[in-house]
Design a protein around this ligand. Sequence first.
Ligand SMILES: [Zn+2]
Length: 273
Amino acid sequence: MGLDGGTIISRSDILRGQSWDVANADGGASTSSRGGQLSAGKVHTGRRRVDPAERRRARWSHCALSGEPLREPIVCCGLGRLYNREALIEHALANAGTFVSETSTYAYANRTNATEGGNVASHVRSLRDFFPVHLRAVDGGRRGDRSGEGSHGRAGKRSREEATPEFECPVWGVRCGEAGAGEFVAIRPCGHVVSDRARRDAEATAVEGRGESPGGESPHCPVCDVRFHRDGCVHVNSFDVSIGERLRTAVDARRAAEDDRRHRRRTRKERGK
Ligand SMILES: [Zn+2]
């Protein structure tokens, strides 16, 4: 028997099975009026699923690494995830053994300790592994000003900083991360993020224009008119498994080539000694 003086209960014994999810797994039928459980033996049915729409929106509004709201300057990695540049640079520096502040040291340690979080940006090792992107904010990013607090006071400033950003395709106006909005791509080298439909339109125009001008084969960015190559575009925050695999393969191939180059450089240097 427990609790007869012969056992010591730990905190985890008390907390085990007492979560809100477990207590309410049957709609609250076994919950007493004081909030405790009337019956024992409830089985936790696993993690509560996050609403996919919510997940999609979160990816488009928050830094994949720090979890903070996205704010300029924003960067994108080869896997099409969005980050606040500051957070990713701190991460890349920490990867190389340089810690810019005490906070960043703890943040890095926390991320690498938590397996899942550590994997988020494990493919970002240097500044070459990400590129700047330009997103069109809905309403020009002025949502925070409408908080009713006034935009000049301290509260107004705070709400503007904390406002969850929303972005849209600068060509078609479809909102990033909304159901039915489709895929979005970051065009390279300029970094403009547009809907895949706008990218396809640009490519179709380029195909039509072929033959009239010698350089007509490569399409132009619909925002800044710079020439781009289809293979250089990165799908941003895609939930399509095949696209995800393709991006991952490209990142791995680039990394392998980089490692190979580094290895050859090192052996050349050693031979030269
Ligand atoms: Zn552009």
